[in-house]
Ligand binder design. Structure first.
Ligand code: SAM
Length: 480
């Protein structure tokens, strides 16, 4: 009892001391604190993202500043069963199971809806309200209903024409960049003529981007990813080495899974991870057990060393089994200058403003005053990397472009500019794959930005209850 009274008194005294000595907002120490790169980042995001996401920004902001959630990707080269068992005992859920269950739910729901529509039509016909089937709705027979797959059900859905973008359409182009201030970046010491840098995104060549809906997302059988359900904030135990001396799983932001799934890797593929360090997404790709040949590339030597250390931690006998057998290659090249490799799949996970990181970590922060030029040049670099991937990929091959930023300029804006350049410089036909229907079964796992905010890709937005991302990804396929 005495101890509690003493503690309360001490707390009160401390409180009085600190409130009495709290500095005014104009005090140097308060001003200095507000000048941290993370404060600049917050100011920048508040300014720009409020315009982009409107009333949703406050919730996204809460998510960005909240506790980030992770997933655990099982290492198939460790004692897989033991790791899976332990994770499941801790209440973690297999993402493939969640995806499949929800896909079945959606299929059932669509079938019910169709059956109801069918019954409704039948009733109307019996009552003489309609004489013929509505020509815009295909006639549905009960036997059809029983056998309809998700793809078939969705194929009768109405096409969302708002996602068909014309490169010449000034409205859609403007919507990608309208929130960029024309004369300055707020919160900086100097006013930088940012408009010059974004003139790069100007409208130009009369070209049409083809967007095709995709209904299927293949979840590889051997890819075991564990997550906690919405509102469950349990954390994964640190990975452990097992008897083969490799770690049992890799912990990463859940958003990282989607760009790799979007690649649609298949057995025998040659895969290039153009900006691979530290190697999280290469790791997922390798865990599908599909690619025959994986190149993990990064421009920076220190970052390449991080890839090597991840590979050493997760793949035993790396030299003998992987490097010498030419199954994995680690290279240190500027992604813009890679010019050969016959790749079926390329991931372009570009350097970006790393929005979550920029708000929490002041070291190596892209909002540091000394990195202004680098930051402004990001879209140009991102676009050049994507253009090179689109030139490099084999006919029929897939390129996935991804960032961990919410910025429409770095996301859809860069895709737009890269496509424009490809059309100007080559005669390749590139199709954008709208994964909307295929991603629907993930609705209980991820919070996706409403497609009205998006033109080409998909965006996982931070959300307090299911706090992954931000992750933007866009799937592009080379047709000719
Ligand atoms: N994909 C990685 C993963 O999942 O672990 C994260 C990649 S990180 C977002 C971006 C990487 O791009 C950084 O490691 C950076 O060094 C690299 N990078 C920057 N400029 C590059 C360039 N011109 N060519 C290749 N890599 C580059």
């Amino acid at each position: 009892m005495l101890k509690i009274i003493y503690q309360n008194k001490l707390e009160k005294t401390c409180y009085r001391f600190f409130t009495r000595n709290k500095h005014k907002a104009t005090h140097w120490s308060v001003i200095r604190k507000k000048n941290r790169p993370s404060d600049k980042a917050m100011e920048h995001f508040d300014d720009f993202y409020k315009d982009v996401f409107g009333s949703h920004w406050l919730n996204i902001r809460k998510g960005l500043l909240g506790v980030q959630k992770y997933v655990a990707v099982i290492n198939n080269y460790s004692n897989t069963e033991v790791s899976i068992d332990a994770l499941e005992k801790d209440g973690a859920l297999n993402m493939r199971t969640l995806y499949t269950l929800e896909k079945d739910n959606i299929t059932e729901m669509l079938l019910k809806k169709k059956s109801l529509r069918y019954l409704d039509n039948l009733l109307k016909q019996e009552n003489g309200e309609i004489q013929h089937h509505n020509p815009t709705l295909p006639a549905i027979t009960p036997t059809e209903n029983k056998t309809l797959s998700l793809e078939a059900s969705l194929s009768t859905a109405i096409i969302d024409s708002s996602r068909l973008v014309s490169i010449t359409d000034s409205v859609s182009v403007a919507s990608l960049s309208h929130f960029i201030p024309t004369t300055k970046i707020k919160g900086m010491e100097d006013f930088v003529p940012e408009s010059d840098h974004y003139r790069y995104f100007d409208n130009g060549t009369p070209l049409q981007a083809r967007v095709e809906k995709e209904f299927n997302l293949h979840f590889p059988e051997h890819l075991n990813i564990y997550c906690y359900e919405e509102d469950n904030f349990s954390t994964f135990k640190s990975p452990k080495r097992d008897i083969t001396d490799v770690y049992n799983y890799y912990i990463m932001d859940g958003g990282s899974v989607l760009p790799v799934l979007a690649l649609d890797l298949k057995p025998g593929h040659r895969f290039l991870d153009m900006c691979a360090a530290p190697g999280g997404k290469s790791f997922i790709a390798l865990q599908t057990l599909y690619p025959n040949y994986v190149v993990c590339n990064d421009v920076s030597i220190s970052r390449v060393n991080r890839i090597l250390s991840v590979l050493e931690q997760y793949f035993y006998d790396l030299d003998e089994r992987w490097f010498k057998q030419n199954r994995i290659k680690v290279t240190q090249v500027d992604g813009r200058s890679i010019d050969k490799g016959n790749f079926d799949r390329i991931l372009v996970d570009v350097p970006c403003t790393t929005d979550r990181h920029s708000l929490t970590d002041n070291d190596n922060n892209i909002f540091k005053p000394g990195r202004i030029k680098e930051r402004l040049k990001l879209p140009e670099l991102q676009s050049a990397l994507l253009v090179n991937a689109l030139k490099l990929v084999e006919k029929g091959g897939v390129v996935v472009y991804s960032t961990c930023s919410l910025s429409p300029i770095q996301n859809d804006g860069v895709v737009h500019m890269a496509l424009k350049q490809i059309w100007e410089e080559t005669n390749r036909e590139i199709v954008i794959k709208d994964l909307g229907p295929a991603l629907a079964p993930f609705r209980n796992v991820y919070k996706f930005a409403n497609q009205k905010f998006m033109k080409y890709g998909h965006l996982v937005i931070p959300f307090v209850k299911q706090n992954y991302g931000p992750t933007y990804f866009c799937k592009l396929q080379r047709i000719t």
